[in-house]
Design a protein around this ligand. Sequence first.
Ligand code: FE2
Length: 438
Amino acid sequence: MDSLPPLLIRDARLPDGRSGIDLLAEGGRFTAIGPALPAPAGVEVLDAQGWLLIPPFVDAHFHLDAALSHGLPRVNASGTLLEGIALWGELKPLLTEEALVDRALQYCDWAVARGLLAIRSHVDVCDGRLLAVRALLEVKRRVAPWLDLQLVAFPQDGLLRAPGALANLKRALDLGVDVVGGIPHFERTAEQGGESVRLLCELAAERGLRVDMHCDESDDPLSRHIETLAFHTRRLGLHGRVTGSHLTSMHSMNNYYVSKLLPLIAEAGVHAVANPLINITLQGRHDSYPKRRGMTRVPELLAAGVNVGFGHDCALDPWYALGSADMLEVAAMGLHVAQMTSLAGQRQCFDAVTANNARILGLEGYGLEVGCRADAVLLQARTPEEALRLRAQRLAVVRRGGVVSRMAPATAHLSLPGRPARVDFTRQMRAGAAGADR
Ligand code: FE2
């Protein structure tokens, strides 16, 4: 796509509040940003009409191998994590590489249409055929021009619990999978969980790879593998390259222990990923009332200086019967579950599906600055907070300076006496009334 003609985006509003901004993309990167830029010869123009332009959405945690398999071979009756894992085990022998590729490509189409242009997906390595690994490596190659797909070697059935899992995980890395995964809380004992964390961190250090573990996805407050993950991250000098995903047991831990734990995570530079849609759905299933929400302590992690991202995790699969690649839906759910309703909290939730996730993936050239990759999303909203409230339409999606998706504005046509003919749910402010009704 680097051979595309230059693209001039006219009259955009940016997340920092600047309006009337033009952005020029040439050779796949932004080369000028400012008001009233001159248009080079032969330039293509995208008129933003004052709508909000943001860098693309990024998903730091997904399972593309299971996506869109809902109902195969049956649905999850109890709705629990453990039945989901058992159900996935029933489906695995029935999978074909062709069907995996088809479903993954369909989801990637949805992602691009939603302005989601980078996904970190775990891929199950416990099947000795490595069928899903081969399928997703093929998908990664095919979608590369329009979507960055980063793959995590994920031992779904346990690194030490499932026969051959460690060898399979190494084979997956040899084939080109990018990141080392794990699932310490699913090993047979807490000791084996800790041992798996040590082995996997050492493997990542040896190979110069990043780590992203499903860590403490449990309502058991004694599931404390995040402590061990932070310890080995620091011991091996892996700062900034390790992610603890889910961390739901932290919801149920006592406050005294958490007050010790948070500084350890921050000191090690371990990123945290919450998966709001899935955590609110799967956790607390063994509770009567009150039912725990189960999501990790997002505001407290942020306050301790930890980089926190949100993931979609699942869509139409054995664990989750909904989902449509909408990272605004993910952020809105996180906002509600964590009660981050202040303006600052809403902005943090928006960051959790954009810039924070870009840091977790280590994306090069992410952002709306001169020199960054010319990737952007035009939303039918004027602020990030409005985008969250409306799950705003993605009016246009730009990848490497080319428009790859367009969506019609959400507009209703009213037939009401004395009222406007059209509504689009954005907030229309009367002149001089800004802030008057806050
Ligand atoms: Fe997951």
